[in-house]
Design a protein around this ligand. Structure first.
Ligand SMILES: [Zn+2]
Length: 87
């Protein structure tokens, strides 16, 4: 089946189509769920002392492009240690 090219008649101004980045940024066409799943990713937090994975959380990839590091309580070390993001 051949695609039929629809030509606008001369003189008629066709409004430009919204760019994909604009609709992505403002969520015009995308649902809330798909927008959130693209930006928020699940990360695992690993204790830097005992290397145990104690926490699973999520972060915003747009705000935190690098690996995040948080002070968290480790029940194995029985104290607050720095927990780093692992994949
Ligand atoms: Zn630990």
């Amino acid at each position: 089946m051949a695609a039929i090219a629809v030509q606008a008649p001369p003189g008629l101004r066709v409004p430009p189509r919204p760019r994909y980045t604009d609709s992505f940024r403002y969520g015009l066409d995308l649902g809330e769920k798909s927008l959130a799943s693209d930006r928020r990713v699940h990360v695992t937090l690993e204790c830097s002392d005992c290397k145990r994975r104690n926490y699973i959380t999520e972060k915003n990839r747009q705000n935190n492009r690098d690996r995040i590091e948080l002070k968290k309580y480790c029940r194995w070390c029985r104290g607050h240690t720095s927990h780093k993001e692992t994949r």
